[in-house]
Design a protein around this ligand. Structure first.
Ligand code: ZN
Ligand code: ZN
Length: 250
């Protein structure tokens, strides 16, 4: 059984996108930190993800469509190099917090935000261990404190939601920090991505990922935006109406 108070954390690094370690001395802990891959490295792993409260106005007002698109983009970077299949689900489970909860039936990677009493802490993520008892495993929490100003590829001083998401997904998959500056898993926010240019992983990140899951290609299945579905339905309805109109009477 994992108890929050017993989890040792990695030391805080100033200015980093910080990892909250869900590590424990429990004998059920898995090594390395990873999701189960029943048929071994290179075989498919399906992981569900959800948005807990990132669409609330409190999360710095990044439009939901941009949050969802950036998240899908971040997952797709990792899915390019390993057989990981990410499927968005409607969220279920408790509000975003560091209180432990049972994993049963909830999306595996629940992405949310809560205030963290440290403006230098941008986000933290619980590593995928002991998933049979802890719903927190794989969960990503962004700092919603007003001291952190979020944007998407807006440049300094705005913190890049996309870069932090890519980094935190790395943790959610079991990757730890590396000191190599040429790695997304370096613990410092690097303002690496530029608007209009593709985001990327670096070779050290790919090597760390494939050391756990093997090489392969995965996929991302986001849930369509409600407005997109509505537009598609409207378009279909118009098309049907037009077809009906131009169908000659029998
Ligand atoms: Zn980190
Ligand atoms: Zn948290």
């Amino acid at each position: 059984m994992i108890r929050h108070a017993q989890r040792p954390r990695l030391p805080l690094l100033i200015g980093c996108t910080f990892l909250a370690l869900a590590a424990t001395a429990s004998p059920v802990r898995a090594e390395p930190f990873a999701w189960p891959q029943v048929q071994g490295p290179g075989s498919s792993v399906v992981l569900t993800y959800s948005f807990v409260n990132l669409f609330d106005p409190a999360f710095q007002g990044i439009p939901p469509a941009q949050v969802r698109a950036a998240t899908a983009q971040a997952f797709s970077l990792w899915a390019q190099f390993a057989p990981l299949h990410f499927i968005e689900r409607l969220d279920s489970g408790p509000p975003s917090s560091d209180m432990d909860y049972a994993a049963d039936g909830h999306p595996q990677i629940r992405i949310g935000a809560h205030g963290v009493d440290d403006g230098l802490l941008l986000a933290h993520t619980f590593l995928p261990i002991a998933i049979d008892v802890s719903g927190l495993a794989g969960d990503i929490h962004f700092n919603s404190d007003s001291t952190v100003i979020w944007g998407i590829e807006d440049g300094s001083p705005t913190i890049d939601f996309l870069e932090v998401m890519v980094h935190e997904i790395g943790h959610a998959l079991g990757l730890l920090h590396v000191s190599d500056v040429d790695a997304i898993m370096n613990p410092f926010h690097g303002f690496r991505f530029r608007r209009g240019e593709p985001a990327y992983l670096l070779p050290a990140d790919v090597a760390a990922l494939q050391a756990i899951y093997g090489a392969g290609v995965g996929s991302v299945e986001p849930v369509p935006e409600p407005s997109t579905v509505m537009l598609a339905c409207t378009g279909l309805a118009l098309l049907l109406a037009r077809r009906r109109r131009i169908t000659p009477p029998r």
